[in-house]
Write a protein that binds this ligand. Structure first.
Ligand code: LLP
Length: 429
């Protein structure tokens, strides 16, 4: 992880900022994003897709990290956005990404969300069903606008990833069944208010092998030929996101390999191409800082528990997907302390609130600080306030500068929007 380094005096440093300085100033838990890493990764991705005749537009999957500062850094590099709700669409536009560089995905867009997208002048709506297509047609006609539509196809291909983040199998809710796609495309092309511009596909997330992509894109290419044989135009192919990163010892998905797979399978069709990466761009750019509240000894012969002040409400991925996140102490002396086996847990009242079982970590004690790694994607965005735990602070680092990009939530804010009906007995108050 090139942006992280261990210094003899400062301890763990992100770009040029000692993480202890941030924890001293703000306390923990605190998320820290590296702007430099975001830029470097965007540039590597963009470079991988350059140098061919087919232009590829990059739409950052806003769901991975929707902070305005993150979106702005990527937008300044040239990124568009992939959004899945009216909220994400408005966020992306608030960050300065023009609607003409935004695509709208998702299996259940409401009529209001469609209206918002059409009025904004969205580049493309990825439609996932015949039912959605009819609704969009009605909304577009009502608005007097044309909806640029790509049909999202479910290729029934196994992405070889965790079951909860695979999206291209017949059993998944996503996309249009492959064998019905050509007919539906013809139907779309004839519908009022619909401009059929192309096809989209997204087979899953945290994909590290290229074969599933190749298989899926080959099916996509075949479909393009079938549709064109009917005399219909297919101008855009949206190849989705999903490129994986190295959380532990898996090899990171290489953008160059993905670019080669896309160009090999789809490059000669004469369409414009788009991709929707989220995790690959943002994941390695973020860490979550936390402090050990206490070391709790367990049964004899069992590893002790390091109870952190961060929990599953902050970083949900380990509870939800048994995901593995690297852990590094912030202190330079602790970084080289003898290694021991520990369970790393949060204080929330669920056994699933565990960051790692039987982890081999340098000895840490109450008050020790650590960083959970690769938290820049699907980290803060998936936080909740479960157990009445306020949302953590957020910081962005750039070179030797750092700024708070979101204040820690005030505890009172947790109930500020609650209303107690007058008919509830308030005699005790
Ligand atoms: N496009 C579409 C239509 C998607 O559904 C997704 C992610 C992406 C692009 C971006 O995929 P990426 O490049 O980030 O893999 N919360 C889970 C990941 C859920 C991904 C959902 N869809 C996790 O923490 O692993």
């Amino acid at each position: 992880r090139p942006a992280l380094s261990m210094h003899a005096v400062d301890g763990l440093v992100l770009e040029d900022v000692p993480l202890n300085a941030i924890a001293d100033a703000l306390g923990t838990p605190t998320w820290v994003m590296s702007a430099g890493t975001l830029r470097a990764r965007y540039r590597r991705l963009a470079t991988a897709f350059e140098g061919t005749d087919t232009p590829v537009s990059i739409h950052f999957a806003v769901k991975a990290n929707d902070h305005l500062a993150v979106l702005r850094v990527l937008a300044a590099e040239g990124a568009g956005a992939d959004v899945v709700s009216g909220g994400e669409l408005r966020r992306a536009m608030a960050a300065g990404i023009p609607a003409c560089r935004i695509v709208f995905s998702g299996v259940g867009k409401t009529a209001d969300e469609m209206r918002l997208a059409l009025r904004a002048g969205i580049a493309q709506i990825n439609v996932e069903s015949a039912e959605e297509l009819d609704l969009l047609s009605a909304v577009a006609v009502d608005e007097g606008l044309d909806a640029p539509v790509a049909l999202r196809i479910n290729p029934d291909v196994d992405a070889g990833t965790h079951a909860k983040i695979t999206t291209g199998l017949a059993t998944n809710k996503f996309g249009i069944p492959y064998n019905r796609a050509a007919d539906l495309y013809a139907h779309a092309a004839a519908l009022p208010g619909i401009r059929a511009v192309g096809l989209a596909m997204h087979i899953g997330s945290q994909i590290t092998r290229m074969q599933p992509y190749r298989t899926a894109y080959a099916k996509l290419a075949e479909l393009v030929r079938t549709i064109r044989a009917r005399g219909l135009a297919v101008d855009v192919l949206d190849c989705g996101g999903g490129l994986g990163i190295s959380y532990r010892d898996e090899s990171e998905g290489a953008p160059e390999a993905l670019a080669s797979a896309i160009h090999t399978e789809l490059g000669d069709l004469g369409t414009r191409l788009a991709i929707e990466p989220g995790r690959w761009l943002a994941g390695p750019a973020g860490v979550l800082l936390s402090t050990v509240i206490l070391r709790k000894s367990g049964y004899d012969g069992m590893p002790p528990f390091l109870v952190l002040d961060a929990a599953m409400n902050d970083l949900m991925r380990p509870s939800l997907y048994d995901a593995w996140h690297g852990i590094l102490p912030l202190s330079p002396t602790e970084a080289f302390a003898p290694v021991e086996q520990v369970h790393v847990v949060g204080p929330v009242c669920e056994s699933g609130d565990t960051f790692g079982h039987d982890r081999s970590l340098p000895h840490m004690k109450a008050g020790s600080r650590l960083a959970l790694l690769d938290c820049g994607a699907y980290g803060m965005v998936m936080s909740s306030t479960y157990n009445a735990r306020p949302l953590a602070a957020q910081v962005m680092v750039d070179g030797n500068r750092w700024s708070v990009i979101r204040d820690r939530q005030q505890t009172e804010a947790l109930w500020a929007a609650d209303r107690i009906p007058e008919w509830v007995d308030t005699a005790l108050l």
